[in-house]
Write a protein that binds this ligand. Structure first.
Ligand code: GDP
Ligand code: IMO
Ligand code: MG
Length: 422
């Protein structure tokens, strides 16, 4: 059987912490999409670790971690991350498996990402500049190189051929940057990658499932950054939603049981694009400061705003979410008053669906107000101890979405998570 944990907003919902928390109940944790644009924060022995390429089950002995075919892999990032997890005694040669079908991110992909963003001027996406879009473009354009190609003796020739193609594109952009240092790192890193377990991911996972093993599929980015259903073009370049699990790992939808959707108690977004509930005022500043809302990959300040139930309901629908997990409720502890977006006002009408043109300036959130709880909750361990106002906030969201919040995370540490029984 397969369960899924994914983000329902614009990313950084706390997926890494939640996957780490649940990982011990599974045999395999598998990443099915995205690449080093992801930054998943977890705590190991009280120390903060940010994972970009390696699945968040890596600190659990006996759990196998798979990087699926739907992922784009930067060997340089993987090698650096491997050094960081090795310092905790993790042996990636034992517990990391990489699909031979995962596409490689080359140094020129990173350069192309930069060149494309620069050319967009004030229309820029706010990409993480990790080479994601160019790598996925080479996948769908049928040019890319895959992890399995590393084992081919002609790899360097194929690399040079693709690099030349990229060079012509870079010339078109009038973009020049010396990438020789990147290339040197890249070739060192692929030597390292060749020593890891490169597998046929689809056979690997199907054999494990058939022998009764439990798989946890870990999403990166968030549903509103999905290439098809997100706020296009301000999205990432992969299917971040539950459907991506099947194509990103090579497994049948009938294996999927639970889809856990993770949402913050408010909303954040890093990078450009529509964000109906964004706050440009003091409340937004408080969310950023208390929530430490700075990108785990790029360090950029995250845009902050109230929870948006219209967008959340949409994300629950697209993903078939079966249960919810809410993170960062502790960040709201000091507010006297909270707002929840229950509809969008567009000109004279109120809508409760995400419109095609979510970017339009006439779109205004319609809020319902709630009294805050105004006390510290991060030390609480039982839901019954939580303030009444917080429970009313949760109940309202449960009712609106018709899906229950089953866990509440009230701090970044592994133990700071509370089960909410029915
Ligand atoms: P991910 O990309 O979804 O894994 O999330 P990130 O790691 O990018 O961002 C989530 C941030 O919130 C990290 O700094 C986490 O340590 C932190 N975090 C996660 N859960 C909680 C929580 O319940 N409360 C607080 N205050 N911080 C949390
Ligand atoms: P995790 O897994 C938040 C955003 C970027 C940009 C857009 C496109 O940590 O939640 P890309 O580099 O993918 O071409 O950037 O998507 N973005 C994320 N925002 N969390 C992420 O990952 C993100 N990955 C990409 O900021 O707006
Ligand atoms: Mg993140």
């Amino acid at each position: 059987m397969v369960d899924v944990i994914l983000g329902l907003q614009w990313g950084d919902e706390g997926k890494g912490k939640i996957v780490d928390f649940f990982a011990k109940r599974y045999d395999i944790v598998a990443r099915f999409q995205g690449g080093p644009n992801a930054g998943h924060t977890l705590y190991k022995n009280g120390k903060k670790v940010v994972l970009h390429q390696i699945p968040s089950g890596v600190f659990h002995e006996g759990v196998k971690n798979l990087i699926g075919n739907g992922v784009v892999l930067d060997p340089v990032v993987l090698k650096k991350e491997s050094d960081s997890v090795s310092s905790f005694g993790v042996d990636l040669k034992k517990n990391l498996f990489i699909s031979q079908r995962a596409h490689l991110i080359l140094p020129t992909h990173r350069a192309l990402d930069k060149a494309a963003e620069m050319s967009k001027g004030n229309q820029k996406i706010g990409s993480t500049l990790k080479g994601i879009a160019p790598a996925y473009m080479d996948k769908t354009g049928r040019n890319g190189l895959r992890v399995g190609d590393l084992l081919d003796k002609n790899f360097t020739t194929s690399y040079i051929r693709l690099r030349l193609k990229h060079q012509r594109l870079l010339d078109n952009y009038n973009f020049s940057e010396d990438i020789s240092a990147w290339e040197e790192e890249f070739f060192e890193a692929i030597e390292f990658l060749r020593q890891l377990n490169i597998v046929s991911g689809e056979y690997f996972i199907n054999q494990e499932i058939r022998s009764g093993k439990k798989v946890l599929a870990e999403g990166a980015q968030g549903s509103m950054l999905d290439i098809d259903f997100g706020t296009f073009p301000y999205v990432t370049s992969s299917n971040t939603i539950s459907a991506g699990v099947c194509s990103g790992l090579g497994l049948s939808p009938h294996y999927i049981q639970n889809v856990w959707g993770v949402t913050k108690a408010y909303t954040t977004r890093v990078g450009s694009g529509p964000f109906p509930t964004e706050l440009d005022d003091e409340s937004g500043e408080i969310l950023r400061e208390k929530g430490n809302e700075f990108g785990a990959t790029t360090g950029r300040p995250r845009r902050c705003g109230w929870i948006d139930l219209v967008a959340l309901k949409y994300a629950c629908m697209i993903n078939g979410v079966t249960s919810l997990i809410m993170t960062k409720s502790d960040v709201l502890d000091s507010f006297q008053e909270l707002k929840v977006c229950i509809a969008y006002q567009i000109k004279d009408s109120q809508v409760s669906e995400v419109p095609f043109h979510i970017n339009q300036s006439e779109l205004k959130p319609v809020y319902q107000q709630f009294p805050g709880w105004n006390c510290s909750t991060s030390g609480l361990r039982h839901y019954s101890e939580f303030p009444e106002n917080l429970r009313s906030y949760i109940n309202f969201i449960n009712d609106y979405l018709s899906i229950r919040i089953r866990y509440l995370s009230n701090g970044p540490e592994r133990e700071q998570i509370i089960e909410i029984s029915a």
